[in-house]
Ligand binder design. Structure first.
Ligand SMILES: [Zn+2]
Length: 250
């Protein structure tokens, strides 16, 4: 796993105007620390590190973000925990539904019956809707994450997707075009083009993220994502400063 310094250094070498750091934070109901996330007790230190990286690197602004799991059991504690810090943006995501790890390993999905696959997809969109309704977050992460390992729903979930998008629009959130999906069995960015069009029709802003996890992938797929945004009707990208959003023309 890369350090914050390594990511910022890579952004500077690429000549980027700004880079957003969004490490994972999961406040799991039973208090377990999730291995791919920062330990819960590290939050203050994380914030200090990102703020220090910003002051140390001339031209490339470093934005203080964080990708936080929405879990209905802990959302009020989470809201209180995040409040003291000067975040530029909060990304809300759903990686767990009642203990099931959505993007953990394909073996978890392979073990499901077709009915359970459908149910998991349905539950996922219900969680995305609830995540938006919590109004804790600025950006909805990987909107159709359950497609990661290629397990498509066998039923039509269009209504569920529209309901989740309506909630995102009502909460004035943006959604990310996450380019990591192109390198996974899903073989397309998150979310699918039709969801981006449906977002556009609700005037939900988009932004492009690499979900990089390593400096090597910092801008992976950005050109393709710009084309995808344009092709689905978007004309601008969202940027954040202290949780205030601006849009810049594509
Ligand atoms: Zn994520």
């Amino acid at each position: 796993m890369a350090t914050i310094g390594e990511v910022v250094e890579a952004a500077r070498n690429l000549g980027l105007d700004e880079v957003g750091i969004s490490d994972h934070f999961v406040l799991y109901p039973d208090g377990t620390d999730i291995e791919w996330s920062m330990p819960v007790g590290r939050l203050a230190e994380y914030v200090d590190e990102v703020l220090a990286a910003d002051s140390g690197h001339g031209r490339t602004r470093v934005r203080l973000g964080i990708e936080v799991d929405y879990l209905p059991e802990t959302i009020e504690d989470l809201r209180a925990m995040l409040r003291p810090y000067p975040f530029d943006y909060l990304i809300g995501s759903v990686h767990f539904i009642d203990g099931f790890p959505i993007d953990g390993h394909r073996k978890h999905w392979d073990a499901l019956t077709p009915e359970q696959v459908d149910e998991t997809w349905r539950a996922y969109y219900a969680r995305i809707k609830a995540m938006a309704e919590s109004r804790v977050f600025d950006i909805a992460a990987h909107f159709d994450l359950p497609k990661k390992f290629g397990h498509k729903p066998g039923v039509d979930l269009t209504d569920e997707v529209h309901a989740a998008l309506d909630a995102v629009a009502r909460s004035d959130m943006a959604i990310e075009i996450n380019t990591s999906g192109w390198s996974l069995p899903a073989a397309e960015a998150y979310p699918a083009p039709w969801i981006l069009r449906a977002a556009r029709s609700r005037e939900i802003p988009v932004l492009i993220t690499a979900d990089a996890h390593t400096p090597k992938y910092l801008v992976r797929g950005f050109d393709m994502a710009r084309r995808l945004a344009t092709d689905t009707g978007h004309t601008a990208l969202a940027v954040y400063n202290r949780r205030r959003r601006k849009v810049v023309a594509l």
